[in-house]
Design a protein around this ligand. Structure first.
Ligand code: GLV
Ligand code: MN
Ligand code: MN
Ligand code: MN
Length: 428
């Protein structure tokens, strides 16, 4: 091939949407909860089986497969100038409790299919193309989001923290990783860090997880920026006691402190004055959790995000002030206020945006530029590579619930644009 993909490549790109849909359905059966929900938690038996399924497909597509110390999986198609820096694409296959089949999965199975599409078309990449499966984009098990990509981007703080991180069952990260065949005795977590300049570009295909593309009848979203996510863990401690015998004036109810903080989160988020500020209390636990016992401990986990980092940080500060005030007013102890992560937003790179736009146009697919309100491994890949993301429509914007759905047709479009984008970036 000459230095740009021939325009005729367009007419040779054929996506096998039937097989892709079958693979999505099959992968969804590796779940700890019944269909239509999917629950696939890091390093569990179902996660290990799902990983095996993906590695097998990578092998069938002729990719050479490599795994790092935390289980990021890389499948490489060697380019004809294999000493050039490769182009990468990929996403995650872990699924939060009671979620759906498509979040992340479309960007992994779709990436493997994009490779198949290019192979069938006769295309030969100049730069190598790599499909990446990222470990634990979801924070479910160890509380930390984008675990694999955060490490790839070189987070020393995370590599250090993982030495002592445990899950809700008190199983250590390292023990869990070992049970899945990773983090072997001689492995060092920092071996996962990518060297600067490991990829010339990174592209992630993902369902939109919002309603815009479907509502506007568009095929492709081209992501220009990813909103800044943060998460907090808060603990209150009171004296507890008998639900009948302790009179109301004598209580210091840790549960009510948590409830009040949850409402304060909503108040501060709405008070930012921007529709782009969001906040959620998705975890609220009471101890001992008995109907006739005043909660002596409560645990709250808060997710807050914004396109504007400073505005998001102001909300965090206000949540902290509220937590302190509520504790003193209710006579409970604020025993923990921990900012688990407080990440900046990420911008897509113009070179990748241009390639995605050109691919959409050549394929005659309608598209729009948009932001991602959800976070993705791309947020961290942007730190070590020029990054871009492709969105496809999903039913009513549903995500993180069993009703999540994207049509085979829309997935096929996404895979085609991904294939064409990879072809372009590979020849760059
Ligand atoms: C990703 O799953 C997110 O919560 O944005
Ligand atoms: Mn998700
Ligand atoms: Mn996702
Ligand atoms: Mn805690």
């Amino acid at each position: 091939y000459p230095s740009a993909p021939p325009n005729s490549l367009v007419s040779f790109l054929r996506v096998d949407t039937t097989t892709l849909q079958n693979q999505i359905d099959e992968l969804s059966t590796f779940s700890d909860t019944p269909a239509p929900s999917v629950t696939r938690i890091l390093y569990t038996e179902k996660d290990v089986l799902a990983r095996r399924y993906i590695k097998n497909l990578m092998g069938l597509s002729g990719l050479s497969v490599r795994e790092d110390a935390v289980g990021n999986i890389f499948g490489r198609w060697d380019g004809y100038e294999s000493d050039l820096v490769p182009v990468a694409t990929g996403s995650h296959i872990d699924a939060i409790p009671y979620s759906g089949k498509y979040d992340g999965v479309v960007g992994v199975l779709g990436a493997i299919e994009a490779i198949n599409v290019l192979k069938r078309s006769g295309f030969k990449p100049k730069r190598s193309l790599e499909v990446v499966l990222f470990t634990s984009e979801e924070p479910t098990r160890f509380g930390i989001s984008c675990l694999g990509s955060r490490l790839l981007a070189g987070s020393e703080a995370l590599a250090e923290a993982l030495k002592t991180t445990v899950d809700g069952q008190n199983i250590s990260f390292l023990e869990a990783a070992r049970s899945a065949g990773y983090a072997k005795e001689h492995d060092d977590i920092s071996s996962v860090f990518l060297k600067e300049g490991s990829y010339s570009a990174f592209v992630e295909l993902h369902i939109e997880q919002g309603p815009i593309l479907e509502a506007e009848g568009l095929s492709i979203g081209i992501v220009t920026a990813i909103a800044a996510p943060a998460s907090l863990k808060v603990d209150f401690e009171g004296n507890g006691g008998h639900a009948g015998a302790v009179l109301m004036p004598n209580r210091n109810d840790a549960g009510l402190a948590a409830a009040e903080l949850a409402l304060a989160v909503e108040k501060h988020v709405l008070g930012s004055g921007s529709i782009d500020t969001v906040g959620t209390v998705g975890i609220l636990e009471l101890h001992p959790g008995a109907i006739n016992s005043i909660p002596s401990k409560s645990h709250v986990e808060i997710d807050t995000r914004d396109i504007d980092e400073k505005r998001r940080n102001d909300v965090i500060e206000k949540i902290h002030q509220s937590a302190t005030k509520i504790a003193s007013k209710r006579g409970v102890r604020l025993s923990e206020f921990k900012i688990v992560n407080q990440d900046p937003p990420a911008l897509s790179d113009n070179s990748v945006i241009e390639a995605m736009e050109a691919a959409s146009k050549e394929l005659n697919l309608t598209h729009k530029l948009m932001i991602s309100r959800a976070y993705h491994d791309s947020l961290f890949m942007a730190r070590v590579s020029p990054m871009g993301m492709l969105f496809i429509p999903c039913y009513k914007g549903y995500s993180h619930k069993p009703e999540e759905y994207a049509s085979s047709h829309d997935m096929g479009n996404g895979v085609k644009v991904l294939a064409m984008t990879l072809a372009k970036l590979s020849l760059n």
